[in-house]
Design a protein around this ligand. Structure first.
Ligand SMILES: Nc1ncnc2c1ncn2[C@@H]1O[C@H](COP(=O)(O)OP(=O)(O)OP(=O)(O)O)[C@@H](O)[C@H]1O
Length: 779
């Protein structure tokens, strides 16, 4: 037992340790290793409560449990990114003797980048101890770890063997869309890919920060970053000139964006034979990034079990002390040097076996925090394709999950007239969702042929339906072009959406009589709404009528054996409204050409509410504005356009939204639906090639001018094989884990139903469960 423990063991000593303060510095002026004796402010805390920084034994227990302290430090935690590097015995503040093994720590947020140097075996042990602490204290949501071990001075097999334990940590998985299986780099290409990803993040952070305006300065004069964090382990020389420059930039600017470099350099231990300045220069020669570290720890002593932790600063020139930053200027001759003597401690180091056991214990664990508690997602490159159901969070679209969403919408007092949320696809920070009520009322999709306009309209219909029940939101489909096939396949325009229970009407521009009838019905519906609302707008009317409890028609549950709720009143929309929700609110119904959907009228029991939201979805608007010569719908296209123009003008107040897709430019540019769209999407021309994204790539411009790029969610694809429960077994090759995953096209399950068909069937069952009344058709 160490002498100090024998002398000061027991509870008394433990209590005194808890009351500890800062580390004592060795006497100024005497430096057995020959460093420049500059009096430094105590750079690293030897702080209170040593248990804040658990020792390796406690760490392993945290992982194996897993113990309650696992991942205890969230973003912005006062001890976030603070690691213990060793321990020191020091006098108790009350002079009662020595406090044994008081932790010596470094806070990466304070030091920016941390350098560790020493003989390989001990250096690896220290690095393992540091990374294990970080992984135990921070969840993978809060911290990701990136390894760059591409130094060709050592054989790759040696490097992969040494770091193979790290690959088990959940923190090295690419959670932000990085193009690899694990955030590891063992060769130049992988190192370049990892640093490019991090530099993009840095850039994005800078853009976000400059958009947000000046911020308060955090520790070390940096803008405080409250996570998520990235620790980049740079083992030796990171590689060629470009990667070296990138890592240097990350070490300098990264801390502002929560990116911290931990640089490892293999050197002889600092000793009388290799004084501190020589060891430091040797480390800088091994890895140029070492010079960028704000604090360095040099292993020292004959067997390298001691550690010298030193702040790095410019040597004091004749004129007086200089700021550390000054010596980074290319013109400034003085190079940074560690401020000796620093703190001398006994090093923390763990074995490979310890680290592998620890990492494998963490491997199967995932944070269970609700999405709301998680740190903001960092922006990621857009995926080459996206599946709408995944973006909707409905990978398993069940009636129960849809009912839960509808119930949530019903409780939403800010969406009294019904939610109109449309998820477009995957964006840089998760799903991109527009709210036609708050950001609309109208949405325009422009794009050249084949850019995915029709598919995006289908996704809009599907996601609107997932967000609100069919008696509170109805959808009307209009195909501007007459080119609809008869097989009902995915290339079949908007017809594939007609199984969604919210869809009341489907019009194709191929029958002038029906088109004219539709135009009249739509105009009459606008008129009916205007009369019903009087001077109030849609939201006011719903506020009033929700307060008086008269809006949603309640109905008795369907008796067993009676076919579900595909039914409505027989008197047209206005008649149904009058019967359902208080005829006193209605003036005499306007002359109406509304007719029920064929086969929909079965029973009088359920009555549609009078004023659901209505979304008119129009594909190929340009073909309606300028119909081709000889197009069958040409004679009546004008009447449909006039009705759509009325929707564009007056729909916002009446709870009627327009979602239209068109080719850009031409005569449509002057039409009301285009001019009045507050939300605008521009889709890119389709491109072919293995690295090109699928159609549906575009940019959404919000009403305030912000632009969000997204990859449109596909909804007519078939369930991917990866969505099934079958495990995949692949050989583990650490060296290749940093490569982009093999690009295999997503194999879809044979001839199964499309995602849209699956969703439509779940929507239909959910509608039946909640006894949703059917909104009458416009035709
Ligand atoms: N988000 C998407 N993800 C994957 N594939 C898509 C996506 N959107 C569209 N596609 C595919 O691209 C092709 C063209 O799509 P779509 O018909 O929607 O384009 P469009 O702009 O309406 O063009 P057109 O009017 O000429 O048909 C289709 O084969 C469709 O399956």
């Amino acid at each position: 037992m160490p002498r100090v423990l024998r002398r000061r063991g027991g509870f008394g000593a433990w209590a005194r340790r808890l009351a500890g303060g800062r580390a004592e510095q060795p006497a100024e002026g005497h430096d057995p290793y020959g460093g420049t004796a500059v009096k430094a402010p105590a750079p690293y805390a030897v702080r209170r409560q040593p248990e804040t920084w658990p020792n390796p034994a406690a760490l392993l227990l945290m992982a194996l449990g897993p113990g309650p302290r696992l991942w205890e430090r969230g973003p912005g935690h006062p001890e976030a990114l603070t690691v213990r590097l060793g321990t020191v015995d020091r006098p108790a503040p009350d002079g009662s003797g020595l406090l044994p093994a008081v932790p010596v720590t470094a806070d990466l947020r304070e030091v920016g980048a941390l350098g560790l140097a020493g003989p390989r075996a001990r250096l690896a042990g220290l690095a393992r101890a540091v990374l294990a602490q970080l992984a135990a204290a921070h969840s993978p949501d809060t911290l990701e770890i990136v390894l760059l071990s591409a130094d060709r001075a050592r054989p790759v097999a040696e490097r992969t063997d040494e770091w193979s334990w790290l690959g088990w940590l959940p923190h090295v998985r690419p959670h932000h869309g990085q193009d690899c299986r694990l955030l590891l780099a063992y060769d130049h290409e992988q190192a370049a890919a990892r640093t490019d990803e991090l530099l993009r993040r840095l850039e994005d952070h800078r853009n976000t920060a400059s958009a947000a305006g000046p911020r308060t300065a955090g520790p070390a004069g940096e803008e405080g970053c409250t996570g998520p964090y990235t620790v980049v382990v740079v083992d030796g020389d990171p590689g060629g000139t470009s990667v070296r420059a990138a890592v240097t930039r990350l070490a300098q600017e990264g801390p502002r964006a929560g990116i911290h470099v931990v640089c490892l350099a293999e050197t002889a231990p600092a000793s009388a034979a290799s004084p501190v300045p020589d060891t430091y220069e040797a480390a800088c020669a091994v890895s140029p990034v070492f010079r960028e570290c704000g604090t360095v720890a040099l292993l020292s002593g004959d067997v390298a079990t001691a550690l010298r932790l030193m702040r790095v600063a410019a040597p004091p020139p004749a004129g007086g002390p200089r700021a550390k930053a000054a010596c980074r200027l290319p013109a400034g001759p003085p190079l940074p040097t560690p401020v000796t003597p620093g703190t001398l401690a006994a090093v923390d180091a763990v074995s490979f076996a310890w680290a592998e056991r620890f990492a494998r214990a963490l491997a199967p664990l995932r944070p269970d925090g609700s999405a709301g508690n998680r740190p903001a997602r960092v922006p990621v490159p857009l995926p080459p394709s996206a599946r709408l159901l995944d973006e909707l969070g409905l990978a398993r679209a069940t009636p129960a999950s849809l009912q839960a969403r509808w119930a949530d919408a019903a409780d939403d007092t800010t969406a009294l007239g019904g939610r109109a949320w449309a998820v477009l696809g995957a964006g840089p920070r998760g799903p991109v969702c527009v709210d036609l009520v708050a950001d609309g009322p109208h949405l325009l999709i422009e794009g050249p042929a084949g850019s995915g306009r029709t598919e995006l309209l289908r996704s809009v219909v599907a996601s609107l339906a997932a967000a609100e029940r069919p008696d509170r939101l109805a959808v009307v489909l209009v195909e501007g072009r007459d080119g609809i096939g008869a097989d009902g396949g995915p290339g079949d325009g908007l017809r594939v959406c007609t199984d969604v229970p919210h869809v009341t009407t489907h019009l194709a521009a191929n029958d002038p009589v029906r088109m004219r009838e539709f135009a009249q019905s739509l105009s009459a519906e606008l008129k009916r709404r205007a009369e019903l609302l009087g001077r109030s707008d849609f939201a006011e009317w719903h506020t009033r009528h929700t307060a008086s409890g008269r809006v949603v028609a309640r109905r008795t549950a369907a008796s067993p054996g009676v076919p579900g709720p595909r039914r409505a009143g027989t008197g047209g929309a206005a008649g149904a409204a009058a019967a359902g929700a208080g005829a006193a609110d209605l003036d005499s119904p306007p002359s109406s050409t509304l007719r029920l959907r064929p086969g929909a009228a079965r029973r009088q029991a359920e009555v549609a509410p009078p004023l659901p939201r209505l979304v008119v979805v129009v594909d190929d608007l340009d073909a309606l504005v300028s119909p081709a010569l000889g197009a069958p719908g040409r004679p009546s296209a004008g009447s449909v356009i006039r009705a759509l123009e009325a929707v564009a003008r007056e729909g916002g107040r009446l709870g009627v939204h327009l979602v239209a897709a068109t080719a850009p430019g031409g005569r449509t540019a002057q039409s009301e639906p285009v001019r009045r769209a507050t939300l605008r999407i521009a889709l890119d021309a389709p491109a072919s090639g293995p690295d090109e994204p699928a159609p549906g790539r575009g940019r959404l411009t919000w009403p305030d001018g912000r632009v969000t790029a997204f990859q449109g969610g596909r909804v007519t694809g078939r369930i991917p094989r990866t969505a099934t429960q079958r495990p995949t077994v692949i050989p583990l090759d650490w060296q290749r884990m940093g490569d982009p995953p093999a690009r295999r096209s997503v194999r879809e399950l044979g001839n199964g139903p499309t995602d849209l068909a699956l969703l439509a069937s779940a929507l239909e069952r959910a509608a039946r469960e909640v006894s949703a009344a059917r909104i009458p058709s416009l035709l």
